[in-house]
Design a protein around this ligand. Structure first.
Ligand code: FMN
Length: 187
């Protein structure tokens, strides 16, 4: 029997009606049969303080444990001031510490993002890819999903209604499963 891959996903937004939470929910609807997607809310992760990195709060312990238990990671990032939101960067920093206890190490990771603007989080995504280098993640290169004009593609109930976007998300998940299988086979 083929292995079922556990994908762990989170969005870099705390906003209730977040477009990035919406595309992550759509990913949950479009995940292929050989994978599952668990969605995690970053609400409650405190600001990182290096003085306290050896005594993480329960929410950070849970976040790190779920990253570790996952076969692959899926991140939906908003774009704030041409970069990733502090909420997302902070969560990543928390899970990457203390030194030698980086939960992201060697994880296959895919990313996507949604914005009402015309660039669809492109600039934020390339900043996030830069973080993956030091995190030692294996980032999936393609497809790239930069959902521009998100307010036209996601309805008031938070459902992704744009069929091209849904198709791209489906392809991203399929590619992430192939990528994860390939990496797992070689380790
Ligand atoms: C502090 C801040 C900075 C922003 N900077 C950008 C930006 O650089 N590029 C962009 O496309 N949208 C920018 N936006 C608009 C966000 O894309 C928009 O608020 C989006 O809905 C955030 O993602 P979410 O819906 O998942 O919360 C910014 C919003 C905020 C609050």
């Amino acid at each position: 029997m083929e292995k079922v891959f556990k994908i762990f996903g989170f969005a870099g937004s705390l906003r209730k009606d977040s477009y990035n939470k919406a595309i992550l929910r759509a990913a949950g609807e479009l995940v292929p049969g050989e994978a599952t997607l668990e969605i995690f809310d970053l609400e409650g992760i405190p600001l990182f303080n290096q003085d306290l990195e050896h005594q993480p709060v329960e929410k950070v312990k849970e976040f790190k444990a779920k990253i570790r238990a996952a076969d692959a990671i899926l991140i939906a990032t908003p774009e704030y001031n041409y970069s990733i939101p502090g909420v997302l960067k902070n969560a990543i920093d928390c899970a990457s510490r203390p030194h030698g206890d980086n939960a992201f190490a060697h994880k296959p990771v895919a990313l996507m993002g949604a914005s009402p603007g015309m660039m669809g989080t492109a600039r934020a995504q390339y900043h996030l890819r830069q973080c993956f280098v030091f995190l030692s993640c294996f980032a999936l290169n393609q497809p790239e999903i930069m959902v521009s004009f998100a307010h036209e593609k996601i309805d008031k109930e938070g459902k992704v209604t744009d069929q091209k976007t849904r198709e791209l998300i489906r392809k991203l998940l399929e590619s992430l499963v192939v990528w994860t299988r390939r990496l797992t086979a070689s380790t």
